[in-house]
Design a protein around this ligand. Structure first.
Ligand code: HEM
Length: 181
């Protein structure tokens, strides 16, 4: 996948979202960590909405050949970018909460955010990753099995809607944190 997405993209997409939270934490400045968390969180949320609501359905409606062409560029880049971004958002959130001293007596919203974050990671690195790798294998194969590709695409689409619901819930917990719940 790294080769398909191009090496510079793979390096940037992995390093940037993982390095930013570490730098934010090392800065010892809550404002810097907050900004990094906000930036990565907004990026993840926006991309998840775009993927589930716009790109997924568009891909599903393409002809088999066009779908393969689209997926060739889309699948490796999306996977290489979003997996580190998800870890970066959650890592920066946990780090930010720690810098704000919130873990000393975690509020219900903080617990809820943590549970939702774990569920998002399990979903993302478990079944979503599995379906993505399966799709990539089909795309890269000499003879693409279009039926398998379409089936994986459909499962992926449905699970990304579940992911979207969890993300909306986690953003609600962010609001809860802000207002002290
Ligand atoms: C999809 C994942 C996430 C997204 C999109 C997200 C987004 C946001 C946004 C938009 C804010 C600013 C609103 C505010 O001030 O509350 C925020 C703040 C914050 N987030 Fe997250 N976040 C995510 C995950 C997490 C996780 C997993 C944790 C920790 C377990 C966390 C901890 C925090 C903390 C401590 C704040 C500051 C709250 C405050 O200002 O009092 N976030 N997040």
């Amino acid at each position: 996948m790294a080769t398909a997405a191009t090496r510079p993209f793979a390096i940037g997409a992995t390093l940037l979202p993982l390095a930013l939270p570490v730098l934010g934490y090392l800065s010892s400045d809550i404002r810097i960590m907050f900004t990094i968390h906000l930036f990565l969180g907004a990026f993840w949320f926006g991309t998840a909405v775009l993927g589930a609501v716009v790109l997924g359905p568009v891909m599903g409606g393409l002809s088999a050949e066009a779908n393969v062409e689209f997926a060739k560029g889309f699948v490796p880049r999306m996977t290489l970018l979003m997996e580190p971004v998800s870890v970066g958002v959650i890592g920066s959130g946990i780090g930010l909460a720690s810098m704000m001293g919130l873990w000393a007596s975690p509020s219900p919203s903080l617990w809820a955010a943590l549970v939702l974050a774990i569920a998002l990671l399990v979903l993302g690195f478990g079944p979503l990753h599995k379906f993505t790798v399966g799709m990539f294998d089909e795309i890269a194969a000499e003879e693409t099995n279009h039926e398998r590709l379409a089936a994986l695409n459909k499962k992926y689409g449905m699970l990304s809607l579940v992911e979207l619901v969890l993300m909306i819930a986690i953003v609600a917990t962010m609001s809860g944190l802000r207002w002290g719940f």
